[in-house]
Design a protein around this ligand. Structure first.
Ligand code: HEM
Length: 130
């Protein structure tokens, strides 16, 4: 794409988040997991995600939360995280270029690792098949 841009403003973050979650919702593996948890609260979820990435990438501190807690009971494994990262990377590569796009990938990967190990620990402790 000729007109890739840098992630510099809230509108750029919104484009990233909107495009990413449109794809996630259409994905055979991830779509059902999100629909089950978010139900008809998508506007709220997207707003939270705008704030999260605005805070991380633009340094504008509009997000407060404990994302680890929200993921610990999700019925997901390595395959889900791999798919999530693939779609996220693809979206970034198609739309954006520059330092913040690289940082977004780095940050998502670190968080995926963290959630993944928390979930594995939670499963091993509870003995439950989630
Ligand atoms: C298997 C992959 C993933 C799935 C299925 C997933 C699913 C979800 C769902 C369903 C929610 C809404 C939770 C709720 O409101 O109860 C959520 C929130 C969130 N997710 Fe994920 N997620 C995944 C990976 C990631 C990754 C890699 C990141 C790192 C950027 C991330 C960041 C967040 C954040 C910041 C929230 C908002 C938490 C809050 O409400 O404060 N997620 N996710």
């Amino acid at each position: 794409m000729a007109d890739k841009k840098e992630i510099l403003h809230l509108d750029d973050v919104k484009l990233l988040v909107d495009t990413f979650y449109t794809r996630v919702r259409a994905d055979d593996l991830l779509g059902p997991v999100f629909e089950e948890r978010i139900k008809d609260n998508w506007a709220r979820h997207l707003d939270i995600m705008y704030r999260f990435w605005q805070t991380v990438l633009l340094g504008e501190l509009t997000y407060q939360g404990s994302p680890g807690q929200k993921h610990i009971t999700l019925p997901v494994d390595e395959a889900h995280f791999e798919r999530w990262l693939n779609i996220f990377y693809q979206t970034l590569d198609e739309l954006f270029t520059g330092e913040k796009a690289v940082e977004a990938k780095w940050r998502a990967e670190r968080m995926a690792e963290m959630f993944s190990s928390k979930i594995a620990y939670f499963k091993s402790r509870s003995g439950a098949i989630l």
